[in-house]
Ligand binder design. Structure first.
Ligand SMILES: [Zn+2]
Length: 300
């Protein structure tokens, strides 16, 4: 009986009795699948996040590399610009230094005032017309008993001096040719005594002195030098006869604005007899007026 019953209801009763045995593994498997699916999903999400993070990180690195490269380029450009500016500044400094090597800082640029023919016996040297180069020197200087003048001027001066002595109006010489170097000493001496503004009124700057031409001579009467010479008999003799030997009084009274110098009765300049006589005939007292050349004070 028991067996039949058991046999008749064998299948359903087995499930009913053992449903747990079937259900638990099924549930377990389902849970496992769910867990695996969830886990996989998590991994995918993590991988996606990692990829996104890496992308951001790579972009950051890329930006840093680009910034570094740009900075290097900028630095190189700036260094180049600085080097160029420095080189230009050096060049300017060197040019300024070269310009300062003109012996006197107060001396105007020689190229702006250069006389055309310094070797001419009629050269006009004044405060606006200088020798170029500033240390120009004549090549035919003659030393006649300590009086240094260019050959023709020297011959004429000796003849004039002899004639004056014969006439009882003999005079001496206090200064004749002065080199550029000597003129530096002379000018600097007067600057040290009375300052450059005052010195400029009676002592020429180096390169601007007529004494550098070898055509000018300062004379004296005994112990009377400079201003007092104007009242001497020797002065009156020269005022009348110098023209016959080709000499003129270079800086006459009342013409300072034209010559640039106060009157200098002791300073005589050789220009040749033809010019000296022509000037007298025409009543022209200065070389500036005779040749139509600018004079007066220093330019600038
Ligand atoms: Zn003089």
């Amino acid at each position: 009986m028991r067996y039949r019953r058991s046999h008749t209801h064998s299948a359903p009763s087995f499930v009913r009795r053992h449903w747990l045995i079937i259900f638990i593994p099924t549930l377990t498997a389902a849970l496992c699948l769910l867990f695996l699916a969830y886990s996989n999903n998590q991994q995918v999400a993590a991988a996606t996040k990692l990829a996104a993070d890496q992308k951001v990180a790579f972009a950051k690195i890329d930006a840093q590399v680009k910034a570094t490269l740009q900075k290097r380029i900028d630095d190189a450009r700036q260094a180049e610009a600085e080097a160029r500016a420095s080189a230009e500044a050096d060049a300017k400094a060197r040019a300024a230094q070269t310009a300062l090597k003109v012996p006197l800082s107060s001396t105007a640029n020689a190229t702006n005032c250069a006389v055309k023919s310094p070797e001419s016996l009629q050269v006009v040297v004044n405060k606006k017309h200088c020798f170029s180069p500033l240390d120009w020197a004549p090549s035919d200087l003659v030393d006649a008993a300590g009086t240094l003048l260019r050959a023709e001027a020297s011959t004429q001066f000796q003849a004039m001096s002899t004639a004056a002595t014969v006439a009882g109006q003999g005079f001496g010489v206090s200064s004749s040719y002065r080199s550029y170097t000597t003129q530096i000493t002379t000018y600097n001496y007067w600057v040290s005594i009375s300052g450059s503004i005052q010195a400029d009124t009676y002592s020429a700057r180096p390169g601007y002195s007529e004494h550098q031409s070898g055509l000018a001579v300062d004379v004296k009467a005994g112990s009377c030098v400079l201003s007092c010479f104007s009242g001497s008999s020797q002065y009156y003799w020269l005022a009348e006869h110098a023209v016959d030997y080709g000499f003129i009084q270079r800086y006459p009274e009342g013409l300072t604005s034209i010559t640039g110098y106060e009157p200098e009765p002791w300073h005589w300049r050789y220009v040749g007899t033809a010019v000296a006589k022509d000037m007298k005939t025409k009543g022209i007292q200065t070389l500036e007026q005779y040749y139509g050349i600018t004079g007066g004070d220093y330019a600038g």
